[in-house]
Each structure stands twice: as C-alpha cells, then as structure tokens.
Design a protein around this ligand. Structure first.
Ligand code: PLP
Length: 448
C-alpha cells in the first residue's frame, strides 16, 4: 500500500518549492499526526520541527480545533463574502481587531500569506489614488525580504534564488538594506542598524513623493535565514515612514500569532503599521485563512458612492470560508485559555539555553532566535565566516539527516530552521535539539 502510494506521488504530483528529482530520491507521505509529531505511511514518526512550514500552534489533532470544524460543518461549509458575510467571518473579525495594534480597525480576508500581502500592496497603491495623490505609485522593500510567491509579493521580495528568474515579470521596487548583523562589517547591532536606517532615509528623501508604501517583515526575516532585526530597527523604520508620508506594510505572516512571544511581533517595538498581513498560525495551522488589517483612514479612502469607482475590486472564491474562520475563533480562544503567549515567552528562554551549546560545534557560525523562531547558520569556517560550497547543499543534507533521525524541517540555504509548534514542552524541545545536534555533527564531520 505505501509503496503504491509513493509510486503514485512520483507519477502524478508536482510539489511546491521542490526539485522533483530530489523528491523522487527521498519520497515522504504523511498519513497522520498527533501532538507535535506526524507519522508517515510506513509508520515512522517525526517531530514537526518546523510546524508544518511555520504554522502549527497547538499540535496536530487538537480536540477543540477538530470539534470547532465539526460543529461548523453541521451548519454550512462555505458561502461567499462578496457583498455579504457569514457568522464566523464576522465574529473572527471582531476578535482580530481587538488583538491587533490599536490603529488597525478593519480586516480583509484571503487564503494565503502571499495574497494578504498582495492585497496590502494593492490597497496602498489605490489609497493614494483615491485621495488624489496618484503620483505615489512605487514601493520600497527590504533586501532579502520574502512575502510569498504571487507576482506582487515576489516584486517586493528579494531572495535571489527564488525571485531572479521572474525579474522581467516584476514591477520595480526600491530596495533598502536590512541589518544582517552577523554578516555586517562592524558585527555590532547598533552600528549596523543606524547605517541601514541612514540609507533608508536617503532613499526616502530622494523618492518619497512617488512612494506609496514600504513593505517589511516584522522583527525577523524568515526566508532570508531567520535574520533577527536589532532593537530599534523596526520602530526606526516606522518613524521614517511617518516622517516621509509613506504607508508601512508590516508582514506578520510568519511572525504573527505568538511565534515570537507576542501576539504580533511589531508589539516588541510598539509599532503601529498602516497595513498588516497575517496568516499561517491564525487557524492554529488547520485551514488556509489569511488576513490584511488596515487603519480606518485607509478604509475610509475607499468608502464612497459606487459611481466614484473607489471600490477595492479584489476577492477570492473562498475568502472568509466558514470552516477556516470557525477554527480560527477556537484557536484564539485556546490562545487565551492555555496562555500560549506566556508559554512561548517562558519556553523561549529554555530553548535559548538548549541551543547555546550548539555554538561549540565546529561549523555552527551563528544562532538567531526570537521566541520560537530559530535559525542556525552553518559555515565552513567560523573564523572567516566562509560558507560551505553551494554544490554540497549542506543545509539540505543536515535536514535529510534530521529526517532520518526523526524530525522534519526545511533549511533556508545554509541556515537550519527550527520552529517547533508553540505548545512543545521543555522535554520535547530537548529531544528535538538533540536531533539537530547529532545531525549537524554527523553531516559536517562527514564533509570534512
Ligand atoms: N510572508 C512571509 C513573511 C512568509 O514567511 C510567508 C511564507 O512563508 C509568506 C508571506 C507567504 O505565505 P503563504 O505561503 O501562506 O502564501
């Protein structure tokens, strides 16, 4: 049975972000999950060390979440949000607005983080047109940024490996530098931060008249390799956006819903975005719901008689899906009941202590962490910070070894990603860190 399924997967599927030749060599089919583990069709169990791509909160098959979906299913699975609404989408909107930074008072639903970003970009663009400043059409985005894979989101992204090939399809955006302290000349957070803010200000001085918005991940650049921004950077960007009349779009798709120890990572710096995208953990990792938050000021710029054509002409078939919104409401109730934010804050400290000994390994150059979002950068030489040769795909090899040892994750180049479900216990964190350590040792020692 399992071999038959594996053959079918090889024959019919095309998987996201996957060189299918790699998949053919290392096929994997998940059959079930329980708590923070998943099981494949051969009965082998794995820790979900990357929360099924950064989104699981309460573990798999959480009874309350399963029940919320079943209860909703007794009423209706889906009806449209075009020109009307439904009960869970309405109730969830109220809860989300209450949880989000104060200035954000409206929510617009979609189905993925990329769409939530796409919507934020289009809203920002049209906002200026609607208020009579159509010359503000351009965007500033951050070097190494990642906001998803639709063309708009890719246009404000800048991970060369993913985005380069689509260059001719993208709209231009100005790129501002990001403080990647480990790879900066000074290696000092404040110096690196101030230098980047200065460069951003130069860009704004020169171009602010034509700039609609700036897009930035919140506190951590995930796909770039878990690059944690130094204290004062995000709030510095906020100040500059305000000073130069540029809307600030904050991407909380990866960082939102408790991942960094706050409900939204921008709370670490008291930042109030003008637009904010969220997704992933919103349903506890169950169903595809995403959301774009906006201020009342932006909302009001679209509110008028139909004949003015200020309407936001954007929507998706499954926007505001009842099953997704129902499970999101239950997820938020569990956040409160189980004090998830407090749990993450406390266990992040334990995780920090568990990870520190890895710095002693010969090829661990840097460990970056904010809450339950961790990256371990592997280097050939700790002294010179020289990377491993690209052809060796060291991050991929170590992640394959982890799989063999019973834990799933996906690297970002040479950076190992560790983002366990937020309910992982101290013992489970220890067991997963043990696997990471063993995998790094076995692979890098073999490489030597
Ligand atoms: N924005 C950020 C910061 C992300 O990390 C991701 C996905 O990892 C996205 C957007 C895209 O989200 P989705 O995969 O749901 O489209």
């Amino acid at each position: 049975m399992s071999q038959d399924l594996i053959e079918k997967s090889r024959k019919y599927l095309w998987l996201p972000f996957t060189q299918m030749k790699d998949y053919d060599e290392h096929p994997l089919i998940i059959e079930s999950g329980e708590g923070i583990k998943v099981k494949d069709v051969n009965g082998k169990e794995y820790y979900d060390g990357f929360s099924s791509v950064w989104l699981n909160v309460h573990g798999h098959r959480k009874q309350e979440l399963d029940d919320a979906i079943k209860r909703q299913l007794e009423k209706i699975a889906h009806s449209t949000l075009l020109g009307m609404t439904n009960i869970p989408a309405t109730e969830l909107a109220e809860r989300l607005v209450a949880l989000s930074p104060e200035k954000l008072t409206r929510v617009f639903y979609s189905d993925s983080g990329a769409e939530a970003m796409e919507i934020a970009l289009k809203m920002a663009f049209q906002y200026w047109k609607n208020i009579g400043r159509p010359e503000k059409q351009k965007f500033i985005s951050m070097q190494n940024g990642y906001h998803g894979d639709t063309i708009g989101a890719v246009s404000v992204g800048s991970i060369d490996l993913f985005h380069h090939v689509y260059g001719p399809l993208m709209f231009d955006s100005f790129k501002a530098p990001i403080p990647y302290v480990y790879r900066s000349e000074s290696n000092k957070p404040e110096v690196c931060r101030d230098d980047c803010l200065k460069q951003l200000e130069h860009l704004l001085i020169e171009h602010h008249d034509t700039i609609a918005a700036l897009s930035i991940e919140s506190m951590v650049q995930g796909a770039a390799g878990m690059i944690v921004m130094p204290e004062g950077f995000l709030s510095g960007v906020r100040k500059l956006c305000t000073k130069y009349e540029v809307l600030m779009i904050v991407d909380e798709v990866a960082t939102g819903f408790g991942r960094t120890g706050k409900m939204f990572a921008c709370e670490h710096e008291g930042v109030q975005p003008d637009l904010m995208a969220a997704g992933k953990g919103i349903t506890g990792g169950y169903l595809p719901i995403a959301v774009t938050f906006t201020t009342e000021e932006i909302y009001q710029a679209f509110y008028d008689d139909y004949s003015t054509l200020k309407t936001f002409f954007h929507g998706h078939s499954y926007t505001g899906n009842q099953l997704g919104c129902a499970v999101a409401i239950e997820n938020l109730r569990l956040f409160e009941q189980d004090q998830i934010i407090k749990q993450v804050t406390q266990k992040a400290q334990i995780l920090h202590e568990l990870l520190q000994p890895l710095m002693e390994l010969a090829h661990v150059g840097d460990i970056r962490q904010l809450g339950f979002m961790c990256g371990i950068e592997l280097v050939q030489s700790k002294e010179t910070k020289e990377s491993f040769p690209k052809t060796g795909r060291i991050g991929y090899q170590v992640s394959l070894k982890m799989r063999e040892l019973g834990m799933l994750t996906r690297p970002m180049g040479d950076v190992l990603v560790f983002m366990p479900p937020l309910v992982s216990t101290a013992e489970e964190l220890q067991a997963m860190v043990n696997i990471i350590k063993r995998a790094i040792e076995e692979v890098t020692e073999r490489e030597l």
